[in-house]
Design a protein around this ligand. Structure first.
Ligand SMILES: NCc1cccc(NC(=O)c2cccc3[nH]c(C(N)=O)cc23)c1
Length: 232
């Protein structure tokens, strides 16, 4: 997160850190007791190694009550996701067991009504992604508020030049922005997860390249289907 600030500890008890060999790679969030939603691009370069999922954390390194690392039983990228574009950039992770829910570990509801969030709505992104252009990684969860911008503005040829589909949304990226390692985290508007951070053009903090999110509502049926079919 560029231009943000340290989150109040455990006020975002749905936040997950997707880790490989104890290293934070991407964000994610708890959508059900045994399921985390993240971004398919997060599996790039991982040689299909399984993530571990850290829940209940504020600091990535310090011991904290309710902080717990979960193994992953299954990683299911959206069938339409691919490395060449940002379309269908979603990843479902089934935890090895149901997460123990408590004050620091909670499910975040996601938007099921497929309607665009109004431009200028101020939403929040959070993550352990890089906090400087030089790539400094924070130990504690960061957050930033960002206004939604219209798809028309985001699709302008000087911005993302007509690559933003109706299954994506954008927020202004002037100075304050999501960045490397924030992918997979939720964009929360009025307490509901409306989008999932995607790396898009990978650029951070440049107003010419607004932040891109995969809208969740268009994928509600896919998410429900995967969770139902994998249920015990
Ligand atoms: N504000 C938009 C936004 C949101 C989330 C992430 C990113 N930027 C990256 O993720 C990124 C940046 C630089 C080098 C990179 N290399 C790789 C990689 N997968 O090798 C990713 C990146 C940008």
């Amino acid at each position: 997160i560029l231009g943000g600030y340290e989150a109040k500890p455990h006020l975002r008890p749905y936040m997950a850190s997707l880790q490989l060999d104890g290293q934070h790679v991407c964000g994610g969030f708890l959508i059900a007791e045994q399921w985390v939603l993240s971004a398919a691009h997060c599996t790039e370069g991982t040689n299909d190694k399984l993530f571990q999922v850290l829940l209940g954390a504020h600091s990535l390194t310090e011991p904290e009550p309710h902080k717990r690392l979960y193994r992953v039983r299954a990683q299911i990228p959206h069938p339409g996701s691919n490395i060449h574009n940002n379309r269908d950039d979603l990843l479902l992770l089934q935890l090895e067991e149901k997460a123990e829910l408590n004050a620091h570990v909670k499910v975040l509801p996601f938007q099921r009504e497929d309607r665009d969030v109004e431009a200028d709505t101020v939403c929040e992104a959070a993550g352990w992604g890089t906090v400087t252009h030089s790539g400094r990684r924070p130990d504690k969860l960061q957050q930033v508020e960002r206004p939604v911008i219209s798809r028309d503005l985001c699709n302008h040829r000087t911005r993302h030049d007509h690559t933003i589909t109706e299954k994506m949304m954008c927020t202004d990226s002037r100075k304050k922005d999501t960045c490397k390692g924030d992918s997979g985290g939720p964009l929360v508007c009025n307490g509901v997860a409306e989008g999932v951070v995607t790396a898009g053009s990978r650029v951070c903090g440049n107003y010419k390249k607004p932040a891109i999110y995969t809208r969740i509502a268009p994928y509600a049926a896919w998410i429900d289907g995967v969770m139902a079919s994998a249920a015990g």
